[in-house]
Design a protein around this ligand. Structure first.
Ligand SMILES: [Fe+2]
Ligand SMILES: [Fe+2]
Length: 426
């Protein structure tokens, strides 16, 4: 991949004219071309890439030369004093952290603390051994959407109307717990269960949940006795401090929510089988999407599962109504995020990484590896929206596209192939 951009490449707009004019190695082509007195024509006249090649990184030289070569009739924007900040990092190597490690499970998270740009969504990679309990808890700040990657587990949930549900999950299944709903997760074996959790608040930390043992261990036993209507001695051995993940018995597949064996009575299920959904087939891969339309309880979030074949491209698009948080299950990809004002950032992404794309930011994903790229994605809206660049271009007059994009009108008229969410290798 000789033409690859270096990881974490940022091309910000000009900072100050003096920085760019000095030919700083850190200056991008946008900085160079935005310098007063140095238009694209002037840049070309100076010898363009050849003259500045010794001063600028190769990727910058290549882009500058391309800009100077065929767009000489257009002047660059003048530098402005309030140029935006460079784009921040959109990738965090979540699986490479240690996280919380217990005898029977583990948790690794990505919040605004690990990835500051991710204001709108957070995520966790969690593993539970058979019987291990992610203890009874709730979240004050976020709803919880989850996708089971491998293994099996069982959840319980209890809602404000006094209704409960128990569900068994396998690979490709999704759950959703609205903000504040009580719930638990337990590995049901055989083998480890690995799932990815996504929360609709970037400031939410999985380590700051409201756990049963955290509260009971901080409450006098006479209060617990009065609260539950049993003898105080019953609570002599309640855990001291938060259990979080602890050992337990492998749950019965036909477990019931209440001691009296009453049927589950949640009116809207918390489980959705995403991989059982027929995918949207595309030349370069597949997409499955589950919003509140398919999964009514998921009122605050939408989830997606993408596969991109080697060489494939998740085409250029943005989401008008939601931020996007991604977890890469397999493969090697190149995620590029467009942030307006001459800013774009490309990140090399591989299995175990979390990424984040703010609402409205343009983005595309290239599978640059030799294996299929599989991605779990979550959005902080229960309604899914996207606008694709190719689809947009197919819905404007060819003359407008010609004038705006600078391509021959005859070509614009011939661009009749349907837009696809994932394009095959070129
Ligand atoms: Fe939770
Ligand atoms: Fe997207």
């Amino acid at each position: 991949m000789s033409d690859r951009q270096p990881t974490d490449t940022t091309t910000p707009a000009a900072h100050t004219p003096s920085e760019a004019a000095a030919g700083s190695p850190a200056a991008s082509n946008a900085e160079v071309l935005a310098t007063p007195g140095l238009s694209r024509r002037h840049f070309a006249a100076l010898g363009g890439a050849t003259a500045l090649g010794a001063l600028l990184p190769r990727s910058i030289v290549d882009r500058a030369a391309a800009a100077a070569g065929d767009r000489s009739g257009r002047e660059a924007h003048p530098a402005v004093a309030d140029a935006p900040e460079p784009l921040p990092a959109f990738r965090y190597p979540m699986e490479s952290q240690t996280g919380r490690v217990y005898a029977v499970g583990s948790a690794k998270e990505s919040t605004v603390k690990q990835m500051p740009v991710a204001e709108g969504l957070a995520g966790v990679s969690m593993r539970l051994q058979p019987g291990a309990i992610r203890e009874l808890h709730w979240h004050a700040l976020a709803a919880e959407w989850a996708f089971v990657v491998t293994g099996h587990c069982q959840t319980t949930t209890f809602d404000p109307e006094g209704r409960s549900e128990i569900n068994n999950f396998g690979p490709g299944d999704v759950w959703y717990f609205p903000r504040g709903f009580a719930h638990s997760i337990q590995g049901s074996g055989p083998g480890e269960c690995h799932f990815v959790l996504i929360f609709d608040n970037g400031h939410f930390s999985e380590y700051g949940t409201f756990s049963l043992t955290d509260w009971t261990s901080l409450t006098p036993t006479h209060v617990l006795a009065q609260n539950f209507g049993v003898a105080e001695s019953v609570f002599a051995k309640v855990p001291k401090g938060e259990l979080y993940i602890g050992p337990g018995r492998v749950p019965s597949a036909d477990a019931v929510a209440r001691p009296d064996g009453a049927a589950h009575d949640a009116p809207v299920t918390h489980k959705y089988r995403l991989l059982a959904q027929a995918p949207r087939e595309s030349p370069g891969g597949t997409i499955r999407i589950v919003s509140s339309v398919e999964f009514p309880i998921s009122g605050g979030m939408t989830g997606a599962y993408l596969t991109i074949a080697p060489g494939g491209l998740r085409t250029m698009h943005w989401h008008p109504n939601a931020d996007e948080w991604q977890y890469y299950v397999t493969g090697q990809a190149r995620l590029t995020v467009f942030g307006s004002s001459g800013r774009v950032r490309t990140e090399d992404v591989s299995a175990g990484d979390a990424t984040y794309i703010p609402r409205g930011y343009g983005h595309h994903i290239e599978n640059v590896g030799s294996e299929q790229c599989r991605i779990i994605a979550g959005f902080n809206s229960g309604f899914y929206q996207e606008i694709g660049l190719a689809a947009w271009m197919h819905n404007i007059p060819p003359a407008l596209m010609t004038d705006n994009l600078g391509i021959p009108e005859e070509t614009a008229r011939r661009m009749e192939q349907p837009a696809v969410p994932i394009a095959a290798r070129a």
